[in-house]
Design a protein around this ligand. Structure first.
Ligand code: KDG
Length: 349
């Protein structure tokens, strides 16, 4: 009996050791994978965004999932999370650096805390329209900026669109710069946004998007600024009464991937995820433009009062923020600022 027990223990031990050896080899580094990256074990991309599942940003992410899973024949699986389920833009970006999350699509504004040059897109009244923004972002200088993310252990695969930001608040109709006086406005976590709102006379507070709705509901802030699609789809009209077409900043999104994950992909897979991020981005931009066009009307139907900013009133805002822009040129990097201004000029020729 003792002998039989000893034999059984030995067999069990050998089986366990063999199993450990196998799993170690498989998870080591994809060694022995075929060119298509098919090691038999699917790689998983955990992808998170801050906006909710109705927003074009999430629809774009689903498109990315569809393309990647189809083109890799299931060798790469994409799990999607919306509404800040994985955290806010900044903490998700940090998770990419640590390698605990693979994809996030933040606005460029919080990204400036990682690569200061991204703040060039925080310059108020920079882009005249979406088409010029597309040309600059998809052109040389936009791509050069994506390259700078590598030093931060991040890979920028493409630009998507958040869009032109417009002001909402629960205090008063904002028609001119005087109406900003003392308004408690939530801004994204970005110094240039903060200083620009101070220059307009407001009392700005930086805050993560995930905390914004409650802050407006509880009156911690009077207002915020975001594109109409976000204002409508996140139901901000439930806690905000006034909306004005300030169009003060155009926010791009950046499709970010963790560098350690990207480096672990085969060349074929890297091309697939890059192309998918570009393709899904085109889809997202289209949906987002359609959404921004239709949601201003629906915000009014939900009871928000809309105030149009006249050309003269907008010019006063442009003049008020001009010294802030001057001050930030050296912080952003003169070369980057000049290149972006030049690219905007070229795009309008
Ligand atoms: O998913 C993106 C959002 O987290 C965020 O970027 C939205 O513009 C935004 C904001 O105001 O924080």
């Amino acid at each position: 009996m003792k002998k039989l027990f000893g034999l059984l223990s030995m067999v069990l031990l050998i089986t366990v050791l063999a199993a450990c050896g196998n799993s170690g080899a498989e998870s080591s580094s994809g060694e022995g994978e075929s060119a298509s990256g098919d090691s038999g074990e699917a790689k998983t991309i955990k992808a998170g965004i801050g906006l909710n599942s109705d927003h074009p940003q999430y629809k774009g992410l689903l498109k990315f999932k569809e393309i990647v899973e189809e083109k890799t024949d299931g060798a790469i699986k994409v799990d999607t999370y919306h509404s800040g389920q994985l955290g806010d833009d900044r903490s998700m970006t940090e998770a990419l650096q640590l390698g605990t999350q693979e994809v996030v699509i933040p606005s460029t504004a919080p990204l400036a805390n990682f690569v200061p040059e991204f703040s060039v897109f925080d310059i108020p009244f920079l882009f005249p329209n979406e088409q010029v923004a597309d040309e600059v972002l998809d052109g040389e200088v936009g791509q050069e900026l994506l390259g700078k993310l590598e030093e931060q252990n991040l890979v920028g695969l493409s630009y998507w669109e958040n869009g032109f930001r417009d002001l909402t608040n629960s205090e008063r109709a904002v028609a001119s710069i005087d109406d900003f006086d003392g308004l408690k406005i939530r801004t994204m976590e970005n110094d240039l946004h903060l200083d620009a709102f101070k220059a307009l006379g407001a009392n700005p507070t930086p805050m993560a998007f995930t905390e914004l709705f409650t802050a407006m509901q509880q009156g911690t802030v009077d207002g915020q600024e975001n594109p109409y699609a976000t204002i409508y789809l996140q139901k901000f009209y439930e806690v905000q009464d006034h909306v004005s077409n300030t169009h003060h900043i155009y926010s791009p999104f950046v499709f970010l991937m963790s560098k350690s994950f990207y480096d672990g992909l085969t060349e074929d897979q890297q091309k697939i995820v890059k192309d998918a991020a570009v393709e899904a981005g085109k889809h997202e931009r289209k949906l987002n433009r359609e959404a921004n066009e239709k949601y201003l009307k629906q915000l009014q139907e939900e009871g928000m009062e809309y105030t149009e900013i006249s050309d003269e009133a907008r010019q006063e805002m442009v003049d008020a923020v001009a010294p802030v822009i001057e001050d930030y040129k050296s912080k952003i990097g003169e070369e980057t600022v000049d290149k972006v201004y030049q690219a905007i000029e070229d795009a309008q020729k």
